[in-house]
Design a protein around this ligand. Sequence first.
Ligand SMILES: CC(C)(COP(=O)(O)OP(=O)(O)OC[C@H]1O[C@@H](n2cnc3c(N)ncnc32)[C@H](O)[C@@H]1OP(=O)(O)O)[C@@H](O)C(=O)NCCC(=O)NCCS
Length: 148
Amino acid sequence: MEKNNILIRFMNLQDLQYLKQHLSIQFDDFWTFSILEKEFNGENTTYIVAEENNEILGFAGILTIIDESNIMNIVTKKDKRHMGVGSLLLSELIKISKKLNMKSITLEVNENNTPAIKLYKKYNFEQIGVRKKYYDNTDSAILMTLYL
Ligand SMILES: CC(C)(COP(=O)(O)OP(=O)(O)OC[C@H]1O[C@@H](n2cnc3c(N)ncnc32)[C@H](O)[C@@H]1OP(=O)(O)O)[C@@H](O)C(=O)NCCC(=O)NCCS
């Protein structure tokens, strides 16, 4: 996959419809479409997609609260992982947050989600806390922040 062909742009209604059909199978099963739709339509959220030859390879979104940007999700297609798409999406979210004059970007991630933790560390996110047994009363959530 040539990274040069990948376009990062704002998500639109057509993308949302596409994701409705394909979210759970091609992307992941732990996000429900209704939550994504609610966030997409919500105030203070910005959603982006990575597209290549009219194919959506991944999407990501932030919610801004005062001067803090929160990553709501970042997900790439199952068969397109570890090819740089997540990095492109995350670097765009950082750029957008800077443009919006945010002071920091915060997120929470499952302690066992090694690919995601590595991705965030690559972009200098630091662990700032832990929420014990946050997911289904079993796995802990790691809180990470990047100060802009
Ligand atoms: C996390 C996720 C978005 C990463 O997307 P991606 O497109 O695979 O990311 P990239 O290819 O840009 O990889 C970025 C870095 O992540 C790490 N990484 C990605 N996949 C990895 C894997 N399978 N194993 C270990 N590290 C991995 C690497 O450090 C990589 O950097 P490198 O290529 O320089 O070594 C993707 O795995 C995903 O969609 N996971 C399911 C959804 C999810 O868990 N989202 C995060 C919720 S908090």
